[in-house]
Design a protein around this ligand. Structure first.
Ligand SMILES: Nc1ncnc2c1ncn2[C@@H]1O[C@H](COP(=O)(O)OP(=O)(O)O)[C@@H](O)[C@H]1O
Ligand SMILES: [Mg+2]
Length: 284
């Protein structure tokens, strides 16, 4: 590379890259739905944003953004296994301005194929994620949103370790709550060096009895108490929405702007980016 090429690259590079991950202990609370909508909102506000599918065993993001197979040369799978160095041909455009993707491979070989793939990824992912962060910064990205696999998979935990903001998504059920407590206490607290944690309850019934509402408020307080209260932030109680379900039948996943979920999501994005800004300002 000539020195003038290098100059160009440096000009493009973003001065700051913030990493947001969405995680849960159990499957299904809404990580993918919320990560797509958060990345979409960050991009809509003019930030060059990339959404990365790290849920290798259940890839979804290619489908959500309707990316045809022929557009995909490489996936996150190759990078996480060290088969391919991260480069521009992994990054896909979407129909939304400023919103880019790295997708996971949809047609993996099942049985032995999938198991050995998952094992290789576990080994290499920490290094791969670090390399990816450096590369995305050079490409001028301002935000990276990782949609993670649930539970204790190594690449999820590694992504949680390098994130600036970790959003934990919880369903309103005792086992989802117990899982969240366990994960926050056993993993996140220990990784908590330079990042912020957030949590959100999703898929609440629209009309809660007072008694249930009170229980949820208690869970919220308990989660804050078992964690370092100055390092964890409660985001919101999000309702289950039949409109979102109906949209899913039509293959639409971005919340319409006149919906309550959009309003709440937009406030969540405000809170998360304000907290990251403050953390980074204090650190500087
Ligand atoms: N607030 C909500 N209202 C209605 N449906 C929702 C809501 N949040 C998520 N869903 C639906 O729940 C299912 C699981 O959500 P998903 O985002 O795939 O969860 P995860 O990625 O955590 O497994 C999807 O069908 C999604 O459309
Ligand atoms: Mg998911």
């Amino acid at each position: 590379m000539s020195s003038s090429d290098f100059g160009k690259l440096k000009e493009m590079a973003s001065a700051r890259l913030d990493i947001v991950i969405l995680h849960s202990q159990k499957g299904g609370p809404g990580k993918t739905t919320l990560s797509c909508n958060m990345a979409h909102e960050l991009a809509k506000r003019g930030n060059k944003t990339i959404l990365i599918d790290l849920d290798i065993a259940q890839p979804t993001i290619q489908h959500i953004f309707k990316i045809p197979d022929k557009k995909i040369k490489h996936t996150i799978n190759d990078i996480l296994m060290g088969k391919k160095k991260v480069s521009e041909d992994v990054v896909l455009k979407t129909k939304y301005p400023n919103l880019h993707l790295i997708v996971a491979k949809e047609n993996v070989e099942y049985g032995e194929g999938l198991l050995s793939l998952l094992e290789d990824i576990q080994q290499y992912s920490f290094f791969a994620l670090h390399e990816m962060t450096k590369f995305l910064k050079r490409m001028g990205f301002r935000y990276v949103v990782y949609d993670l696999a649930p539970g204790y998979r190594m690449e999820s935990v590694n992504a949680a370790a390098i994130a600036d903001a970790r959003i934990f998504v919880i369903r309103p059920s005792t086992f989802s709550f117990e899982g969240a407590k366990q994960m926050l206490r056993d993993i996140y607290k220990k990784l908590d060096i330079r990042s912020l944690s957030f949590f959100v309850f999703n898929q609440l019934p629209p009309k809660l009895k007072d008694e249930s509402q009170k229980l949820l408020e208690d869970w919220k307080d308990e989660l804050i108490k078992i964690y370092k209260p100055d390092k964890i932030t409660f985001l919101d109680f999000l309702p289950i929405s039949f409109d979102v379900m109906e949209q899913g039948i039509k293959g639409e996943y971005i919340f319409p702007e006149d919906s309550i979920l959009y309003e709440k999501l937009s406030e969540m994005v405000d809170k998360v980016i304000q907290n990251i800004d403050e953390m980074k300002k204090n650190r500087a």
